[in-house]
Ligand binder design. Structure first.
Ligand code: G1P
Length: 298
């Protein structure tokens, strides 16, 4: 029986340069899909999977994130006075209990692996922990991390979310070198961060959900620079292969949006807008009208 996964690390220290100038003053994780910030989707997914302890690896300029998770008594009072109970409930849904969140600072932008390593002192020996990259927003019947936590009970070790991508796009991802597969589980015999299409061992990309063993910190400790001159989480996970604990890719069920790119973010906005019952009809009508206009112009 593997230990329960109750802790999750959210690396949110990135500069968000792809969304400048907006990210000059707004952390990209606060950018909204409809009316909820990206980070809220990741938090909700983690809670659904049974996570109770949230570790944020932040950096300078990210204080709006801390404020977002704080209570806002003035706003609550005003909403209560005006009888806006529905809004008040929505607000309370996002409340985090005191002590549930820890913030760690990453002092220099040295890559995802380094950001995760910054949280090492908050994870105990023998305690598996999750990592969620809020740029990857995943819509599904059952949250991606919950699917993984369930599968993890069977295999333990280290697990990464996996998805097949267009071979032309492999160089944007960590890529799995598969040895064996069983249903949604793929045993990895290697992993490469951002390989060229020519060098990629497969088109099985790592998506931003991980369940890892704390031994990964020992590899990250070496702070060896990998792809792009950064300390890569993929390399540290790959280094675990053959050391007794398996590394498994999990083919999750659900639609993943790359909200770290403008096109992915816009696609997610459309999909999440359409999924909202209160917006669906009006939004769909607009999209249909727009589509026929575009067709007519072709
Ligand atoms: C990170 C990881 C990469 C993974 C990707 C998923 O890359 O380093 O292995 O495939 O997230 O979104 P980034 O997109 O931060 O460059």
């Amino acid at each position: 029986m593997v230990n329960k996964v109750t802790k999750a690390i959210f690396p949110v220290a990135g500069l968000g340069t792809r969304f400048l100038p907006a990210t000059k003053s707004i952390p990209k994780e606060i950018m909204t899909l409809v009316d909820r910030p990206l980070i809220q989707y990741a938090i909700d997914e983690a809670r659904e999977a049974g996570i109770t302890d949230f570790i944020f690896v932040t950096a300078r300029g990210k204080s709006a994130l801390e404020d977002y998770f704080d209570s806002n008594p003035e706003l609550e009072k005003t909403l209560a006075r005006k009888g806006k109970t529905e809004l008040l409930e929505q607000l309370r849904d996002t409340d985090m209990e005191s002590g549930a969140i820890a913030y760690i600072r990453q002092r220099e932008a040295r890559g995802l692996g380094h950001a995760v390593w910054c949280a090492r002192r908050l994870v105990s020996a023998n305690e598996p922990f999750a990592v969620l990259l809020p740029d990857d927003v995943i819509a599904g019947r059952v949250g991606c991390l919950k699917q993984m936590v369930e599968a993890y009970q069977e295999v333990g070790g280290n697990m990464v979310a996996a998805m097949e991508v267009d071979p032309e796009r492999v160089s944007n991802y960590g890529v799995i070198d598969p040895s064996d597969s069983d249903g949604r589980m793929i045993a990895a015999k290697g992993m490469v961060e951002k390989p060229s299409q020519h060098d990629a061992p497969s088109n099985l990309a790592v998506i931003g959900r991980y369940i890892l063993r704390p031994e990964v910190f020992a590899s990250l400790e070496k702070q060896k620079a990998g792809a792009g001159g950064e300390v890569q989480l993929t390399d540290a996970i790959c280094a675990q292969i053959g050391k007794g604990a398996p590394v498994t890719g999990y083919l999750f069920e659900g639609e993943r949006y790359d909200c770290g790119s403008k096109a992915g973010y816009l696609q997610a906005t459309v999909a999440f807008g359409l999924a909202r019952p209160e917006l669906h009809d009006e939004f769909r009508e607009y999209i249909e009208a727009l589509t026929s206009l575009l067709r007519a112009a072709e």
